[in-house]
Design a protein around this ligand. Structure first.
Ligand code: HEM
Length: 536
């Protein structure tokens, strides 16, 4: 072995020993109650050897079936608590939000790659509450309703692109048009410019940075997260330092340039201008450096892009693989009765289209884009249902399992059945919505996301038969596997092709009549939103 490597290894082992001596969990506790049950740990390493390498939510579901709704794991001395019912997740993460709203320290992602500026990873501090206040001021139910015009415009563009791009051939890659649509909605609202092409360089940069960040954020995957002291090693032994620095610099440059464009390129309203006004208000309550605000806006782009796009793609997977359940025919009957065939569905139709809303709820339940949510951390020890939850536990709401709780959602929860969201009168039932997380860290973009999903789902069902793509060689449909997905912070369907075939001649006529939207002046829509904001 090369001598430098040997020296590094000895240094590394020394650091690990120091870590265990200084970080071994304290025996003292205010309670003699037991820890929650879980798989049997080994000395020193605990359950590390049993930790799933990928798709953790599936293994956690098995543990929850075996040990109950609260499972404890010991990861090298770090307590991890996995929750698997709506009741326990709500009791701990929401009702005891004052102590369960921190995040685990992911040194590489939070401190090196984002220099503490990402709201998703912040502890529940004054700085976090400040960022959250800003986000809520532009994402809550009332402001989110003001964005419907832009969402509707982009959904029309999506239909137009799908009509031109897919109806005749063997099918198209599904991710690209949906990603463009979501990206264009959020870039228009946040920065005032549209994304017209899936290969737009701004969009490609966001996607690349999101993929990189998804690697950084893997719990347990980076030795420097367990031992931040390793960051003192010279660069050639600590290659993550340069990668993280480069990530930060690229993100910073992208966000500052987008912010500049938002402020300078047009005199129309956008969210950047709105929040800049808030942080510069005379009372000083929301004062924030402008580069920190620019970072905040970029975080909203990152958070909005993946969850929303991936949920739309899962809807397409449901149409192709779960259509035999009859939900498509039911949705069409509702759409034909309420909307007719002379125009597209509009947001105002929503109260008369509960079955479409039930489909959106079912997509979010059946394939929650973040199946393990984002980990919480409790700042104090607490007891619950006869168990002790040690201070500093990483608490994971296993949204995948929670969304499959038969006591809450009825039978066959692995199947796609929108009817579970409706009562016997066909009205929407108030069931829990685990996909957006819990308590004080609940997703602030949930109203925004639901509005995007609703208008696009309604319009796709109104317009197209959605079928699997065809093999170029045999002309046969290529089966889509509804279980095939990536593993990371978000659960994305593996690439597949689909065909979007107009349901009838009236579809082509209506979509063509409304036409390509790039000649529409989107700044007029933004001015209208600005006028509505001034009344809020
Ligand atoms: C279907 C789409 C979406 C899904 C499934 C989703 C899901 C989630 C989940 C599970 C969390 C973590 C909650 C927790 O810690 O308990 C979260 C956090 C967050 N989401 Fe979303 N989200 C979506 C869309 C959006 C959109 C459109 C935005 C912004 C416009 C957004 C902004 C955020 C932010 C800023 C956080 C961090 C909140 C915090 O740490 O306190 N999300 N989201």
């Amino acid at each position: 072995m090369h001598s430098t490597t040997s020296a590094a290894l000895i240094g590394f082992l020394l650091l690990i020993s120091v870590y265990f001596v200084t970080r071994r969990p304290k025996a003292s506790s205010s309670s003699s109650l037991p820890l929650p049950p879980g798989p049997k740990p080994l000395p020193l390493i605990g359950n590390v050897h049993q930790a799933p390498k990928s798709h953790g939510w599936r293994a956690y579901r098995e543990w929850n079936e075996q040990y109950g709704p609260i499972v404890h794991l010991n990861m090298l001395g770090q307590p991890v608590i996995i929750l698997s019912t709506s009741e326990v997740a709500h009791d701990l993460l929401a009702k005891r939000g004052a102590i369960f709203s921190d995040r685990p320290r992911l040194f590489l992602a939070t401190e090196l790659a984002l220099k503490g500026l990402n709201i998703l990873m912040m502890n529940y501090t004054d700085q976090f509450r400040h960022h959250q206040r800003l986000q809520v001021s532009v994402l809550n139910a009332t402001p989110a309703a003001a964005y419907l015009s832009v969402q509707t415009l982009e959904s029309q563009q999506l239909l137009h692109d799908l009509l031109l791009g897919s109806s005749g051939g063997a099918g198209i890659d599904v991710q690209a048009p949906f990603q463009r649509t979501t990206a264009s909605i959020i870039h228009t609202l946040l920065y005032g410019f549209r994304i017209r092409d899936p290969n737009d360089p701004v969009l490609r940069s966001v996607v690349k940075l999101n993929e990189e960040f998804s690697e950084f954020i893997q719990v347990g995957a980076h030795i420097v997260d367990q031992f931040p002291v390793l960051n003192h090693l010279p660069g050639f032994l600590a290659p993550w330092k340069a990668t993280a620095e480069n990530h930060y610099n690229t993100k910073y440059a992208l966000r500052m340039e987008n912010f500049r464009r938002a402020l300078e390129d047009s005199d129309a309203w956008n969210i950047s201008k709105q929040l800049k006004k808030t942080v510069e208000k005379d009372d000083g309550r929301d004062k924030m450096p402008l580069d920190e605000l620019a970072f905040e806006l970029g975080t909203m782009i990152d958070a909005a892009l993946d969850g929303t796009t991936d949920s739309l793609v899962w809807f397409v997977v449901a149409c192709i693989t779960q259509g035999h359940q009859g939900f498509i025919a039911k949705a069409r009957a509702e759409l034909d009765a309420v909307v007719g065939r002379d125009r597209l569905p509009r947001p105002e139709d929503k109260p008369q289209l509960p079955y479409i809303t039930a489909i959106v709820d079912e997509v979010l339940r059946w394939r929650p884009a973040g199946p393990e949510g984002a980990p919480h951390l409790n700042r104090e020890e607490t007891t619950y249902n006869g168990y002790r939850i040690p201070k500093g536990s990483v608490v994971v709401a296993n949204i995948w399992t929670i969304a499959r709780e038969e006591a809450v959602f009825g039978p066959d929860t692995d199947d796609f059945i929108p009817e579970r969201w409706l009562d016997e009168k066909g009205e929407l039932r108030a069931l829990p919505a685990p996909a957006f997380g819990y308590g004080r860290r609940t997703c602030p973009g949930r109203y925004f996301a639901r509005n995007v999903l609703w208008i696009i789902v309604a319009r796709l069902l109104w317009s197209f038969e959605i079928n699997a793509g065809l093999s170029e060689e045999t002309g046969e449909p290529i089966p889509v596997d509804p279980e095939a997905c990536t593993y990371g912070l978000v659960m994305r369907a593996l690439p597949f092709k689909a065909r979007f075939i107009p349901r009838g001649p009236w579809v082509r006529e209506v979509i063509t009549r409304e036409g390509d939207t790039y000649s529409t002046d989107h700044t007029a829509l933004l001015r209208q939103i600005g006028a509505e904001f001034s009344k809020l």
